[in-house]
Design a protein. Sequence first.
Length: 257
Amino acid sequence: MWLRKWLAHPLTRDMDLEDPRTTRLRRRIILEKPFLREIYRDWYTSIKRALPVGPEPVLELGSGAGFLSDFVPDLITSDVLHCDEICAVLDGQCLPFPAARLRAVVMTDVLHHLPNARQFFYESARCVRPGGGIIMIEPWVTPWSRLIHTRLHHEPFRPDAAQWEFPSSGALSGANGALPWIIFERDRTRFEQEFPYWHIESIELMMPLLYLVSGGVSMRNLMPGCLYRPWQGVEKALSPWINKLAMFALIRLERTF
């Protein structure tokens, strides 16, 4: 699509998603785009507030391009590819931790890249202690997000997928952006039956416009940082229609027993 190509950020255009250099470039883009950096600051503040209290460590999946460690002390940062800024290279579907060792697992835009989400929920239930949780910010399905994700975003977005699993073309290139909505909304009853020890504590819909006008990590800078708070005001005015307009959701799960 010509519009998608024209909007593509020059640093990441034609880069291989499985190349660790792409992750480093995305980190640079987030830090250098003031509007986008404010989005991540707000996301990380929300994740920090949602964390259960306790002395156990918190594991972040997919840390390579982000800076959540600035908000959560002693965070165990990880990624599926080697990056200089992380503590460990690991797969969220096979966690190298003893039982009940973690207070929480947190992630931003990661769940929809896992080709076997069930295995992640099993593994995280083993590693997270009772009363702990999973906190994630993920894409969500609404009429507005369907339009944006299918027209402007490079990742697959398939709300009609019959299964949670999808063929993995690579650690980062494989995805279904609609997967969080499929699991926690469309197939919520199935999730609750299969994982009774994971309680869906809350799903907070958010951000119909902010991420879009920021250009994200894959598109050009579309908005100066000084306009971030005014755009937040626009989003607040749209809150009565958030069920139709949200592009993301803050999802909180609690480990019950």
